[in-house]
Design a protein around this ligand. Structure first.
Ligand SMILES: Nc1nc2c(c(=O)[nH]1)N[C@H]1C(S)=C(S)[C@@H](COP(=O)(O)O)O[C@H]1N2
Ligand SMILES: [Mo]
Length: 584
């Protein structure tokens, strides 16, 4: 087997080792990825003058240069190990073990290292050793049962390698003959021998004397006349390709998991500044505390989530910036630190999704902490012809919000916190928009990174060409939470209760009727302002039988919900919510 084949095997095995290590680090601890640990250790061990030289030479990319250097060193070492391992599997294993020891030393000497930190190195090294031996076996090295077969890693067919030849053995068929030391499944490709080097693309393999000769020999003798193993180039290349795929896939998955954990680590590390304008405690009567009724404050865990993101964007605050540009006098770019230095305010705001059906679950209320969008936009200087803020999220989703709504004095925020915690990753960490009174798809951009000040007649946001209205104020709605539709209710006095919302206008009245009878006024809970939902409740003397309960709300502008049911598209559902219950 030529030297390049061993080197290739070493490289692929090294890649698998790193990919697997990255994957394990992704599930255990991202900093325990050995390349990062080695890089950090190198930084610590580098004498100051050399460090300064590196910073002078590589500048901002000194970290990239360092990690790159570690990778180049690893590539060279891996290739060397592979080339040496052609002769002896023990050498290959020793090489991986030596590299692993360096990785282990780096990992365990990191500040805050724990026992679990050794896992990425150990599992990665094991995967690399296994891959190297597997590849070299495929390539034909040590076909005569060298150390490879004693490792016990060979497939179930390995034991047949020394079986006597069967006269009927044909080149294409005998997995047993070709299976020497290979995992089952791979062994079945009789092709491997037919297309072995020198054999050529024989149309009729049996007619090729060389192939026939080789096929008729037992596998133990699958070597050339001089006693050296036959090099199976195709076997090696196919195996190497598989190894590259496995290495890439595990590295990608590991990076994904790591990124999530890094963002989560960064999120936990955020210490929220005190608001310049705190919202104060909620009024005592905001919550009737009726079992089954939505609590006034929706916990972050229970808050509905709606977005187009298959993978939750993982944005680290130190990498986050918000750019405001377009029809402005002075474009603005803010960092997370800039945002946190500005006066923060708290606001209780109920979010609602336009896709919410009448009675549906896509509505939730939270206390948000953030910077007023209007303050930042005023600094940028919005031109008079602008009427739309086209915001873009980290993952490229876009949202069009009317300028006048954001600037009219309401609590439209670049929010950084939700219910006293940094925004959960799912809800837009590190920064999202919250605009009272507009459905989420035209206002509530999560992971917001860019705002283009523009015009509705010049730009379109994500959902507009998909059949949803460009402008979408929230429609006044009410929902019955208890009793649930289809519930059985004991006869006698019982509570009917739910929530109603008309953000930025406020709820003035909620009425309930049973079986199409007269409307009765429900009691309304307190609210901190017009931007949240409002609980309502009514005592009902339930008589046995089946009953239909309906609800409708009237907002502070005097508009009562229309009875006419419409579906959510294009700008929000209308109609009265109703439930049917059995009493008895
Ligand atoms: N980046 C991004 N932000 C987004 C969306 C999205 O798809 N991507 N969906 C919007 C919609 S339709 C709604 S209703 C709200 C929901 O916010 P939540 O998931 O925090 O409840 O987010 C809005 N912000
Ligand atoms: Mo939505």
């Amino acid at each position: 087997m030529p030297g390049w084949a061993g080197a290739l095997g070493g490289l692929v095995a090294g890649g698998v080792a790193l990919g697997v290590a990255q994957l394990v680090a992704g599930v255990t601890k991202p900093e325990a990825f050995p390349v990062v640990a080695v890089g950090n250790a190198v930084v610590d061990l580098t004498p100051a003058p050399l460090k300064e030289w590196a910073i002078r030479t590589f500048g901002e990319s000194d970290k990239a240069a360092l990690v790159g250097g570690v990778f180049v060193a690893l590539v060279a070492v891996a290739a060397g190990i592979g080339a040496l391992a052609r002769r002896s599997a023990a050498v290959g294993r020793a090489g991986f073990a030596a590299v692993g020891l360096v990785g282990l030393a780096a990992v365990v000497t990191r500040p805050g290292a724990g026992l679990l930190d050794v896992a990425p190195v150990l599992v990665g090294v094991a995967a690399g050793m296994w891959t190297l031996e597997w590849l070299l076996r495929r390539a034909g090295a040590r076909a005569e049962g060298g150390p490879a077969r004693r490792t016990g890693e060979a497939g179930p067919l390995a034991g047949t390698a020394a079986a006597p030849p069967r006269p009927s053995d044909d080149v294409g068929a005998p997995a047993e003959t070709e299976g020497s030391g290979r995992p089952a499944g791979i062994a079945r490709s009789g092709e491997t021998v037919v297309r072995a080097p020198q054999a050529g693309p024989a149309a009729n393999p049996a007619a090729n004397p060389e192939v026939r000769e080789r096929a008729e020999r037992p596998a133990v003798m699958r070597s050339s006349e001089d006693g050296r193993p036959v090099f199976n180039r195709r076997g090696l290349l196919v195996g190497a390709a598989g190894g590259v795929v496995a290495a890439g896939a595990s590295a990608a998955l590991g990076r994904m998991l790591s990124a999530g954990r890094e963002a989560e680590t960064a999120r936990v590390a955020v210490s929220l500044p005190r608001p310049a304008r705190a919202a104060g405690p909620l009024p005592a009567g905001v919550d009737f505390r009726i079992p089954g009724l939505s609590p006034f404050v929706t916990s972050n865990r229970d808050f509905y989530r709606v977005d187009t993101a298959l993978l939750v964007p993982r944005v680290e605050p130190r990498e986050w910036t918000l750019r405001i540009h377009g029809l402005v006098d002075r474009p603005v770019e803010l960092t997370y630190a800039d945002l946190l230095r500005r006066p923060l305010m708290e606001a209780d705001v109920t979010l609602t999704c336009v896709s919410n059906e009448v009675g549906g679950p896509y509505v939730g209320n939270a206390r948000w902490l953030g910077v007023r969008m209007a303050d930042v936009l005023r600094e940028a200087g919005i031109r008079s012809e602008a009427d739309m803020l086209l915001s873009t999220s980290h993952d490229g989703w876009t949202c069009g919000t009317p300028v006048d709504v954001v600037m009219d004095g309401r609590n439209a925020l670049f929010a950084i916190a939700m219910n006293g915690e940094p925004l959960p990753l799912d809800h837009g960490f590190p920064v999202r928009q919250v605009v009272p009174g507009l459905y989420g798809y035209v206002s509530a951009t999560k992971w917001v990174v860019d705002i283009k000040v523009t015009r509705f007649d010049q730009d379109e946001a994500y959902w507009t060409p998909r059949g949803w209205a460009a402008r979408a104020p929230i429609k006044t709605q009410s929902r019955i939470d208890v009793p649930r539709n289809g519930a059985s209710v004991p006869p006698g006095r019982t509570k009917v209760a739910g929530v109603a919302w008309a953000q930025h206008t406020g709820i003035a009245a909620v009425e309930v009727r049973i079986d199409g009878g007269a409307w009765r006024q429900a009691a309304l809970a307190e609210v901190p302002g017009p931007d949240t939902w409002r609980q309502w409740a009514l005592d009902w003397d339930a008589a046995p039988g089946e009953h239909v309960i309906e609800v409708r709300a009237t907002d502070a502008a005097g508009r009562t919900q229309p009875e006419q049911r419409t579906s959510p598209a294009p700008d929000g559902a209308t109609g009265w919510h109703s439930v049917t219950v059995r009493v008895g």
